[in-house]
Design a protein around this ligand. Structure first.
Ligand code: NAD
Ligand code: WQD
Length: 349
């Protein structure tokens, strides 16, 4: 594949997808998005176009479609030759996956299987897949290494684990496939312009969107889940990563797939390798926003690990990728996005 062949980005209207599409376009790739807008709005794609400008925008196509619907995929692949697929499309809310496991198995597993069938049919066998640190479960040892034990704690995690296994099996059976599995740790932040960012529907489950909504006055206070963990301040530790570093990681992974013939199916952690506690994150966000975030100390959230952070050596050595941004920049860009768009892509209801 050269850059004149198109890259298909499933779920490209979503949080990580939009930021990645901006970087792909800037690097000269032609991009088609398929998204069913289950957790996104078309306005996000419009913002991508505004950011890259009219000329690069001509290299972007948006298709409203569902990867569970084989006709939607067939229509796309029969009309366009894709050199590679970056596969973000999926549902990602852990709690919802416990309440509605079939929704997760159907969307994430059946949707991906459909996609891989069509890719094989049209001989498009280069894939970058959105995996997650969730595949390490509650890790026994930190930092998490790519060859650490894999285990899932909930139906969402199981979909990622199964999809990693499926990718390994497909590639083993047909070595023409070249697959990179990217295990993201905790993606936060926003595009530095403040025009793209995360826009969760309903009350956020994740820490950073919750803090953000407290800061803009949409929620009264942050519940801090757990203050008796065996950490320096009693709150849990995670490896937060700037979404623009993730976007860069996808471009690098794609280029690796394009240049090498013997990629196989390889997993890489995308994290910073540094842990930040919940209370440290609150303090960093208060500093970036100059807003007080009221907190309430609450019991631990069931299923949460004490500390999770990545070993980043493999991505550094083999992809030449390393995160550039730290917590202060993540909070700065998150606040820029939130202060300019307190209701996300919608205007105030
Ligand atoms: P997101 O919800 O913002 O983006 C996912 C996109 O996929 C959405 O735009 C949604 O409308 C679309 N989509 C869902 N099901 C679809 C379907 N059947 N057909 C077409 N489009 C569909 O989420 P995100 O944070 O950008 O995550 C992207 C990927 O990264 C997901 O696979 C997620 O599991 C994975 N991931 C996310 C995180 C995180 O914390 N954000 C961490 C690790 C891994
Ligand atoms: C981080 C810390 C919470 C909200 C999840 C998924 C994982 C991956 C990333 C997709 C924890 C605490 C949170 C709040 C809090 N996603 N917290 N108050 O659980 O590390 O990972 O997102 O693949 O699979 O499980 O992220 O942001 O939910 O929580 O105190 O209102 O913040 O208890 O310690 P998590 P998170």
């Amino acid at each position: 594949m050269d850059k004149t062949e198109r890259v298909l980005v499933t779920g490209g209207a979503g949080f990580i997808g939009t930021h990645t599409v901006v970087e792909l376009l800037k690097q000269g790739f032609k991009v088609s998005i398929i998204d069913n807008l289950d957790n996104a709005v078309e306005e996000a794609v419009h913002r991508v176009r505004l950011l890259v400008g009219p000329q690069l925008s001509q290299n972007l196509e948006f298709h409203l479609g569902d990867i569970r619907n084989i006709e939607d995929l067939e229509k796309l692949f029969s009309q366009t030759k894709f050199g590679a697929v970056i596969h973000f499309a999926g549902l990602k809310a852990v709690g919802e996956s416990v309440a509605h496991p079939m929704r997760y198995f159907d969307n994430n597993l059946a949707g991906s299987i459909n996609l891989y069938k069509i890719m094989a049919k049209y001989n498009c066998k280069k894939l970058v897949f959105s995996s997650s640190a969730t595949v390490y479960g509650q890790p026994d040892k930190i930092p998490c290494l790519e060859d650490s034990e894999l285990k899932a704690m909930n139906p969402y995690g199981r979909t990622k684990l199964f999809l990693e296994e499926i990718a390994r099996d497909i590639q083993k059976a047909d070595p023409e496939w070249r697959i990179i599995l990217l295990r993201y740790f905790n993606p936060i932040g926003a595009h530095e312009s403040g025009t793209l960012g995360e826009d969760p529907k309903g009350i956020p489950n994740n820490l950073m969107p919750y803090i953000t909504q407290v800061a803009v006055g949409r929620l009264p206070e942050l519940n801090v889940y757990g203050h008796d963990y065996p950490t320096h301040d009693g709150s849990a530790i995670r490896d937060y990563i700037h979404v623009m570093d993730l976007a860069d990681g996808h471009v690098v992974a794609l280029e690796k797939l394009l240049e090498r013939k013997d990629t196989g199916c390889v997993a890489y952690n995308l994290g910073t390798g540094r842990g930040t506690s919940v209370l440290e994150m609150v303090a960093a966000f208060e500093k970036a926003s100059n807003k007080k975030i009221p907190i309430k100390l609450c019991p631990r959230r069931p299923g949460d690990a004490t500390a999770v952070y990545a070993s980043i050596d493999k991505a550094g050595k083999e992809l030449g990728w390393k995160a550039k941004y730290g917590i202060d920049e993540m909070c700065r860009d998150q606040w820029k996005w939130a202060s300019q768009n307190p209701y996300g892509y919608q205007s105030k209801p």
